[in-house]
Ligand binder design. Structure first.
Ligand code: PBG
Length: 332
């Protein structure tokens, strides 16, 4: 007889919860430092940082400070760091040419991190929003976010990042066909081992608000991203997007945001069994930090519990602004 359906008192499910040892032995999922990818914001200047108001505890850092942060992350055992550039309105142009400039902030940061902390994997973001005057991830023509012209620009951006030494490229733009185009270009240029972590199921979410402050896109953004990011009501579409991006050459896939989309993480993992990641985005960070700072929640405990939920939902790792704090907590 299946012990699960054995009647009480043969089946006392509390028996296995009765001591730390038995709980440890029977625990299915654990969070380790290996699960963490740390997103950071890089800005222009030297030996400086500025706090992001809507993300207490997070600041934009100059390239030299990002390199120092990477050294610290590497010594904590964090496997990857993900770079996002801050660009003010004056640095944004309609042609977004800064996006593929070999010396843009992202590419400077890639090289600085590779120099200072060669063992940490460097991930990037591929989308035009940090460089675009209108804050969109693609070029805008007659109020339309145009696909194919954007993809051609994203390919140039990807190659510049690969040339700078990026290990993981993260197309977050949600244009159609970009994974295949980037993969083909990487192969043609000899970047056979550069990996792609596709933001495959990226929803048009209001949880990105604080991030847009952090990268200077809030003021710039005109309208919304609903014609390219996914509708929050959809679930099957996420599987089509993941299937498509894998077929085009993605090595890993992402679900974003994280906590409100754990059902999608589980479906993706069950359907494809590929390396699957979630992004615990800026708004999720802000919610937890706000409650913790008010003394309404035990910050460290809810952070660990929230990250464990991604493991339980099938994720292989999580992008989280809490990465260094969590790595330290896991050491204790
Ligand atoms: C933009 C991008 C966004 C995030 C990562 N890349 C915002 C957006 O799509 O507007 C959000 C990350 C976060 O909220 O933490 N390509």
């Amino acid at each position: 007889m299946d012990p699960i359906i054995a009647p009480f008192p043969a089946a006392r499910l509390r028996r296995m919860r009765n001591s730390p040892a038995l709980r440890a032995l029977s625990r299915q999922n654990t969070l380790t430092v290996d699960d963490l990818i740390w997103p950071v914001f890089v800005m222009d200047g030297k030996d400086d940082e500025t706090p992001v108001a809507s993300m207490p505890g997070v600041s934009r850092k100059t390239v030299d400070r990002i390199a120092k942060a990477a050294v610290e992350a590497q010594s904590l055992g964090i496997p990857a760091i993900c770079i996002f550039p801050y660009t003010g309105m004056d640095a944004r142009t309609e042609d977004c040419a800064m996006a593929w400039d070999p010396d843009n902030l992202t590419n400077q940061a890639i090289r600085a991190i590779k120099d200072a902390a060669p063992d940490i994997a460097v991930m990037t973001d591929i989308a035009l929003d940090p460089y675009n005057t209108n804050g969109h991830d693609g070029f805008v023509e007659n109020d339309e976010i145009v696909n194919d012209r954007t993809v051609a620009a994203l390919v140039k951006m990807a190659l510049a990042q690969a040339d700078a030494g990026a290990d993981i490229l993260g197309p977050s733009d949600m244009m159609d066909g970009r994974i295949g185009a980037i993969r083909t270009a990487l192969e043609a240029e000899g970047h056979h081992n550069v990996t792609i972590l596709s933001y495959a199921a990226k929803y048009a979410s209001s949880f990105y608000g604080p991030f847009r402050d952090a990268v200077g896109a809030s003021a710039a953004l005109s309208g919304d991203k609903n014609t390219y990011q996914m509708d929050p009501g959809n679930s099957d579409e996420a599987l089509r997007l993941v299937a498509r991006d894998l077929a085009e050459g993605a090595d890993m896939v992402m679900v974003k945001p994280g906590m409100p989309y754990l059902d999608i993480c589980r479906r993706v993992k069950d359907s494809f069994g590929v390396p699957t990641y979630a992004y615990q985005v800026s708004g999720e960070y802000a919610m937890l930090q706000a409650a913790a700072q008010n003394g309404w929640l035990d910050g460290e405990k809810v952070i660990l519990e929230s990250l464990l939920s991604f493991k339980r939902a099938g994720c292989d790792g999580v992008l989280t602004y809490f990465a260094p704090a969590v790595a330290e907590a896991l050491r204790r």
